[in-house]
Design a protein around this ligand. Structure first.
Ligand code: 5SP
Ligand code: CO
Length: 215
């Protein structure tokens, strides 16, 4: 079963509640919230106060993708804001094992994200601890970029590692996900698909979300 996580990065920020309702109606499984700090990535989005407000308008689980340096400092804020999954970048976490334990200590699911150039090897010794691995299929920081083809091999390698350890971990892909590439990417083992521009730049957000779900 594939799951769809619309990323509000491409939504109309002046109408976030309304836009979330549209993907909710289309059957979205998660709301993907891209938090950017202008340091780890060259862009700034929003933080815990905005997520806390959005928590009041929907029951859909919040999948919070932290593209920030020193994530430990802010994890409790995102837990208090209502995050259900918190994903930190391997490249931004100096003590990744500790950070993962810290997230889980709040009863929240922990994910680890890998930039396109980061090897699966880097998470070999923490993978047993996480609920989800996020393979960035674009360089993080912006919506509307093209899927990086080499990431197909990376998804296959990750799936192989997960299966060899008999683990039950979600593989999320994020960046350049469209209606026409999702099936192929799912065949490599990914099961949670983040889609920003493909959903929110469309003229019928609910219907496109439904089409993603029905694939
Ligand atoms: O984390 C990010 C970007 O850094 C994403 O979640 C984007 O929001 C995906 O956007 P599209 O590539 O689907 O437009
Ligand atoms: Co993201």
């Amino acid at each position: 079963m594939i799951k769809i996580a619309p990323s509000v990065l491409s939504a109309d920020f002046s109408r976030l509640e309304e836009q979330i309702k549209l993907v909710e109606e289309g059957g979205a499984d998660y709301i993907h919230l891209d938090v950017m700090d202008g340091h780890f990535v060259p862009n700034i989005t929003f933080g815990a106060p905005v997520i806390k407000m959005l928590r009041k308008v929907t029951q859909i689980p919040f999948d919070v993708h932290l593209m920030i340096e020193n994530p430990d400092r802010y994890i409790k804020d995102f837990v208090d804001a209502g995050a259900d999954i918190i994903t930190v970048h391997e490249e931004a976490s100096i003590h990744l094992h500790r950070t993962i334990q810290y997230i889980k200590s709040f009863g929240v699911k922990a994910g680890v994200a890998l930039n396109p150039s980061t090897s699966i090897e880097n998470i070999k010794y923490v993978i047993d601890e996480v609920d989800m691995v996020l393979i960035m299929t674009v360089n993080p920081g912006f919506g509307g970029q093209y899927f990086i083809e080499q990431m197909k091999e990376k998804i296959i390698d990750l799936k192989r590692l997960i299966d060899s350890k008999n683990l039950n971990i979600d593989i999320q892909v994020d960046g350049g996900i469209k209606l026409d590439n999702i099936k192929e990417i799912a065949s490599y083992g990914a099961n949670i698909f983040v889609a920003g521009s493909a959903i929110f730049n469309s003229s019928d957000i609910t219907n496109v979300t439904r089409m993603f779900k029905n694939l």
